[in-house]
Each structure stands twice: as C-alpha cells, then as structure tokens.
Design a protein around this ligand. Structure first.
Ligand code: SF4
Length: 414
C-alpha cells in the first residue's frame, strides 16, 4: 500500500463507507458538554452527511478504518479480489480526525466500520480502541456507532457496546442460501449469535440501571442491522419475515434495507442491474407497518403478490386493504384505534387526532378531511356520521380509484 496522506485516505475510506445505510443516530441518551466538561453532544441534527451511490442522503459522518479485507463477499466493493485503491487509518488517526472535525463543527459523532484486516479480533480491537480513546482519553460525548466484525470475540463486542451508543452487525442477506452464495466466509448462525450476545448485554445493563442509577450504560441506542435488497433471489416476503424475526429475537432498533448497487469490477454472480429504488421504499413502509401500525408479519407478507413481491405502484397498506376488503369500510366514530390504523392514507398522527376529537362529537366527512392529509384516499374505506361508501369496496375498479396518479399515496400522512 503506497503512503497516502490523511486527505487521500479520507477520500478513499469515506467513499468506501457509503454503501452502508445502517448509520442513523436516533434513540440514544442525551449527553452534552455545556457544563464545560468534555467535548461534543449527541443532540443536534444528524451526525454527518454521507450519500448512497444513488445520491440519497442517508446519514452523517461515516468512515472505514480500512477498505482492505481478507473476505471476499461478492457484493462488496472492498472484497479481497476487488481491484480498488486501498487505504488504512490507524486508530489514533481516526480519533484525531473525529476530534478535529468535531471542533470545526463538521460532525456530531462517528460511524466506524471496517474491512477485516489480519483477523476479526484484530480488526475489532482497533475499532474498540477508537471508541475507548474518544471516550476515555478525550471525554468525547458525541454519538458513536460501531459496526461489529463478524466472528469477533464476544468480549470485544461487549467492549464496543460499553463505549458506543449503537452497535450493529449486518446480516447482509435474508437467507442462509443467499449468504452461502454471495458471502461464503460469513455464517448466519454466528452473526445471529453476536446479535444475541448484544441483546443480552443490553438487557443486563437495563436491569442494572433500574437497580443502580450509576450502572454503566451499554449501547443505549441499541443495535441495528442491514439487509441488501436485490443482490440475490430473495423476495420481499423472505426479507420481511427475516426482519420480523430479527426484531422479535434480538430487540433490534432498526433493520435497514439497502438496494443493491452494481459496483465497479463486479463479480459475475451478481445481477447486472440494481433493483428499483421503489422496492427499497416499499420494504421500509412494510417495516413501519409492523413497528408502528400493528400489522403482523403475516399481514405484511399477505400484501405481497403470489411471487412474494410487494407491489411497486401502491403502498403495502393499500395493497393489504384492497386484498382484504371485507375489513372495510371502517366506522371512524366507533372503530378501535388499531382498526383505524389499518385505513389506507391515515397515519398515526391523524388517527390520534381522530381518537381525541371523537370524544367530543361524532365526526363527519369534513372533520376527517381537516384531521388528515387527503380525504380522497381515505373515503372509500371509511364510514362517518354523514358518509357511507355504498358497496364501493366491492368495485372491481377500486384500485384505479385509489391508486395515486402522479404521486405515491402517502402511507404515513399526518
Ligand atoms: S467482510 Fe465486509 S468489508 Fe469484507 S468483503 Fe465482506 S462485506 Fe466487504
């Protein structure tokens, strides 16, 4: 590896990190340095800007310790056989870079991942050292998200959680079959084993916190993971069932879905084209249905077609409603909150407003119009004091009526 200066390394390693979408900073505890102690804060908008290859702004601040790797995952631009320029930071260089960016107000924290150098344990030690030094040597109070390395010693993963706000390990692909084909050196069972260890450590610390206020925290922003969409033959049903199982078993805060981006010098086993970005969007919408709208994983996968794929032209909540029309129309004035949440076009905020307003009087169509974003989208599915969609939900052409013409129906409208 030729000698590179910091700027060159930064260019290579920040660019190499852009393929990872799992770096949101939500959900951690509040810390700041307004009392004059330490440096940094977990508050404020975002952490640092990073862009996915398709131009989406997906997070702030992220770099790799190195883009060299001893593994050869087919979908990864940093794989051993990839012909890319390599660079490597020392742990101390990442610490100094983070501090200097922080002082200049460029960033609010650090998201650190890495290719695997020498061994999983050696790489994990370097990553942990960055977080340890920031926290202990520099009293850094900003956000730290560490990506854990597959097969790293559980003690190192535990140390990562002691210093980081969030830790994550990517499952990468929803099926073991896909993993064996595209990332043969990775083992789904061991990846899930690491997630289980993190969950147990988080649970232990939460119990300890209830008993002792001063108990040290462990990954207060929890753990997350990422799945690549469209690199293998897994359909949306496989992906959603996997996500739901991960949420249930390991208490994940987030599962991120990242549409596969064709990479330069790609392996021949990969598809030539990226999946439609709308597919990624539909998966996020389905994820929200499970986390915030009371949909079961079975409900969500039932919204998919026979091929296991979610429709791209309508959102999954509308797809479910059109498939299970006997659940509609829903009486806005009587239905329980969980049933209101199933109405296409009604978001959580609108449902909360409806539930509050109907305590005082029976709601009319005009009231629903005021409390929601678009009445046209909701009307076929509801009953109000002055409105009943006679047999509308039986119409063969209902999809045409409710399908957005120029703009996607907003699942999460206010
Ligand atoms: S282990 Fe990570 S960095 Fe290495 S090739 Fe696989 S995905 Fe890429």
């Amino acid at each position: 590896m030729s000698r590179l200066d910091t700027r060159e390394k930064l260019a290579i390693l920040a660019d190499a990190a852009k393929y990872d979408a799992s770096c949101a900073s939500s959900g951690t505890s509040k810390r700041d340095s307004r009392d004059g102690k330490g440096i940094g804060s977990t508050e404020g908008m975002g952490i640092c800007h990073a862009y996915a290859p398709d131009g989406r702004c997906i997070s702030l601040l992220k770099i790799l310790l190195t883009n060299s790797c001893i593994f050869d995952c087919h979908y990864c631009i940093n794989r051993k056989s990839s012909n890319v320029r390599r660079a490597r930071f020392t742990a101390e260089e990442v610490v100094q870079l983070t501090l200097s960016f922080y002082r200049r107000n460029y960033i609010e924290g650090v998201f650190l991942s890495s290719g695997i150098i020498r061994s999983s344990n050696y790489t994990m030690e370097q990553i942990v050292e960055v977080a340890r030094s920031l926290r202990e040597d520099h009293d850094f109070r900003g956000y730290i998200h560490l990506k854990t390395i597959p097969d790293a010693d559980p003690e190192l993963v535990r140390l990562a959680g002691v210093h980081a706000d969030r830790v994550s390990i990517n499952v990468e692909l929803p099926t073991e079959r896909g993993l064996q084909r595209l990332a043969p050196e990775k083992d789904g069972t061991r990846i899930e084993g690491a997630m289980k260890d993190v969950k147990l450590a988080i649970d232990d610390r939460q119990d300890a916190k209830k008993r002792y206020k001063s108990a040290p925290s462990f990954a207060p922003a929890g753990q997350s993971t990422q799945m690549i969409v469209g690199a293998d033959s897994a359909n949306d049903r496989d992906i959603m069932l996997k996500a739901s199982s991960l949420y249930d078993r390991f208490g994940l805060r987030r599962v991120y879905y990242s549409a596969f981006s064709p990479i330069p010098d790609a392996s021949a086993v990969l598809p030539l084209n990226r999946p439609p970005l709308m597919r990624e969007h539909r998966l996020y919408q389905s994820d929200w249905l499970m986390r915030f709208y009371g949909f079961t994983p079975v409900d969500v996968v039932n919204a998919a077609g026979d091929d296991g794929m979610l429709p791209l032209d309508i959102d999954p909540k509308l797809a479910w409603a059109l498939k299970y029309r006997d659940n509609f129309p829903v009486d806005i004035n009587r239905a329980p909150r969980e049933t209101l949440l199933r109405i296409p076009g009604l978001g959580v905020k609108a449902v909360n407003r409806i539930v509050t307003s109907r305590r005082w009087r029976r709601l009319r169509l005009d009231d629903v119009a005021r409390l929601s974003v678009s009445l046209a989208k909701i009307r076929p599915f509801i009953v109000t004091e002055d409105w009943r969609p006679t047999l509308l939900t039986d119409r063969a052409d209902l999809t045409k009526w409710v399908k957005p013409q120029t703009q996607q129906l907003e699942l999460f409208g206010a």
